[in-house]
Design a protein around this ligand. Structure first.
Ligand code: B4P
Length: 186
């Protein structure tokens, strides 16, 4: 099984690069951001609760997202070659919960300069219609990332399972760097 975590600041390219790596290795793909946006779009009570957090740039509570993620992991088929978790875990508590249900091969930590992150997300906001792609919310999301998500990479580094990847450059260059790190970890 090849079980990967894509981690990095908002706009670092987790979703973009996951798509290439999923196709190359035939993996399943779980994006917690996509799962939460689908829940909001459904208009459910859970979706309304989730929207209160995400639209302000805050993380949804650990207890909620851990249950959602665990259900997605359990639903993977027996013939699954592995999975990319895109945007999970985002806190150390989520990482600890994950390691009880999945054996992670590697965490890919995408590093992108702050100015570039803001530019990418503002550009995405012109077409995404996402309530969280505006300057105020982006600033809050970057703060949350520094405080709560950066320690997740340290958690996996201590397990010897973290690859720090330069996320600046063309899509192809970044994909090649990620593939090299995966091949070294397999
Ligand atoms: P996510 O959906 O995970 O979104 P993201 O961090 O904004 O984006 P990503 O890094 O995937 O960037 P993308 O490839 O799209 O999370 C949204 C929200 O959901 C969170 O803020 C949080 O509230 C909540 N949430 C999710 N998971 C949670 C969890 N585990 N716990 C609690 N809450 C959780 O790239 C961004 C843009 O850059 C795109 O427009 C792309 O085209 C462009 N781009 C990508 N690579 C580029 C490159 N190399 N050069 C130029 N542009 C590039």
């Amino acid at each position: 099984m090849l079980n990967l975590i894509f981690c990095g600041a908002p706009g670092s390219g987790k979703g973009t690069q996951s798509d290439f790596i999923v196709a190359k290795y035939g993996l399943a793909h779980i994006s917690t951001g996509d799962v939460l946006r689908a829940e909001i779009a459904s208009g459910s009570d859970l979706g309304k609760k989730v929207n209160e957090y995400t639209s302000q740039g805050n993380l949804v509570p650990d207890a909620l997202i851990i249950d959602i993620l665990a259900a997605q992991v359990k639903a993977l088929g027996a013939d699954c070659k592995g999975v990319i978790l895109d945007g999970f875990p985002r806190t150390v508590a989520q990482a600890e919960a994950l390691e009880k249900i999945m054996n992670t091969t590697l965490l890919v930590d995408l590093q992108v300069d702050r100015d570039e992150l803001i530019q990418r997300l503002l550009n995405r906001g012109k077409t995404s219609g996402r309530a969280d792609d505006n300057l105020e919310t982006i600033t809050r999301r970057l703060e949350v990332y520094e405080q709560q998500t950066k320690p997740v990479a340290d958690f996996y580094a201590k397990l010897g399972k973290c690859a720090t990847i330069n996320g600046m450059g063309s899509l192809e260059e970044i994909t090649a760097r990620i593939v090299a790190a995966i091949e070294a970890a397999k």
